[in-house]
Design a protein around this ligand. Structure first.
Ligand code: MEV
Length: 309
């Protein structure tokens, strides 16, 4: 039996724009997904037959790296699915890590690169940010050019992403989960539609890229006031792209009086928002009062782990 676990993730700055090759910053969080895989008489997930329909990420991962020997896969996740917290990437990465360990082919780079292929197959257009963050853990900075601390490079069509380790300090952040299920694929397609048809749309995406570079500088300097301000500006641009939602806007509005900054995280359209704050209790209470589910998480968590029993 092989057991693996992968963290959830938060995108601090740059989601959606990163799909176009712009820079982005993400961190692994203290919520995890655990996976156990053992030989079996048939392919199953948590006791039910493995299917493309109900387990698209797991099916695609199994097809990509596994043969025909039947296996039983058991998954337990601390992240709600389609919440913007990386549950799809975490399940993809945890399953790929366990399967590649069983084949003696485990490496972070392999898992991250296969993970991106799986996400692209299931989601459609994608960037490697979620799968690389759930694989490497701690912090990730994606840039258009390679630099010191580069972990790996991922390519697709004309786009190239250089994935770097980034020292994200252990900070407490409040997640406001809306409970509204939002699928990433259609939101990514909506942004592409906008950018393909309007120069203004593409300018917003480029502006998110520039803000993210400023954000990296503030993160490195530990300047939470400036970083928070940039996150809030990033949110305004995401709203123009049409990926915020009434619930996200409401939770951001009530969090800001107690926070350095707040924005949606992940694909948006529902899912979750995050607040950078020293007042987790007040922010959590404000989100709860407006009908959301606050979750206090720690950033900088470790990446994928694999154990053979
Ligand atoms: C989703 O967590 C992040 C997006 O940028 C999509 C992607 O990068 O694949 C919205």
């Amino acid at each position: 039996m092989v057991a693996s676990s992968a963290p959830g993730k938060l995108i601090l700055m740059g989601e959606h724009a990163v799909v176009f090759g712009q820079p982005a910053i993400a961190t692994a969080i203290s919520l995890r997904l655990k996976c156990k895989i053992s030989p079996s008489s048939g392919f199953s997930v948590n006791g039910v037959p493995l299917s493309d329909r109900y387990h698209p990420y797991i099916s695609s991962a199994v097809r990509k790296v596994w043969g025909s020997e039947p296996i039983a896969i058991d998954i337990v996740s601390e992240m709600p699915s389609s919440s913007g917290l990386g549950s799809s990437a975490a399940v993809t990465v945890a399953v790929l890590a366990a399967l590649s360990q069983m084949k003696g082919q485990f490496s972070e780079k392999n898992v991250a690169s296969n993970g991106f292929e799986v996400e692209s197959e299931v989601q459609g257009r994608a960037s490697p940010i979620d799968t690389s963050t759930c694989t490497h853990g701690r912090g990730i900075f994606i840039d258009r050019t390679p630099a010191a601390d580069m972990l790996w490079e991922i390519k697709r069509d004309t786009r190239r992403w250089f994935i770097h380790h980034c020292d994200v300090p252990e900070m407490e952040m409040v997640v406001g989960y809306t409970g509204v299920v939002a699928h990433t694929g259609p939101l990514v397609a909506k942004v592409k539609h906008f950018a393909d048809r309007s120069r203004f749309g593409m300018e917003i995406i480029e502006e998110i890229g520039s803000l993210t570079l400023e954000g990296l500088d503030k993160l490195k300097k530990g300047d939470r006031v400036a970083l928070g301000g940039l996150m809030t500006k990033n949110q305004k641009l995401l709203a123009i792209l049409g990926v915020s939602s009434p619930e996200i806007d409401k939770f951001i509005k009530v969090s800001l009086p107690y926070s350095y900054g707040a924005k949606l995280t992940g694909a948006g359209g529902g899912g979750s928002m995050i607040a950078l704050t020293d007042h987790a209790k007040e922010v959590s209470e404000a989100i709860r009062k407006r009908g959301g589910t606050p979750i206090v998480v720690r950033t900088g968590a470790k990446g994928v782990t694999v154990d053979t029993a």
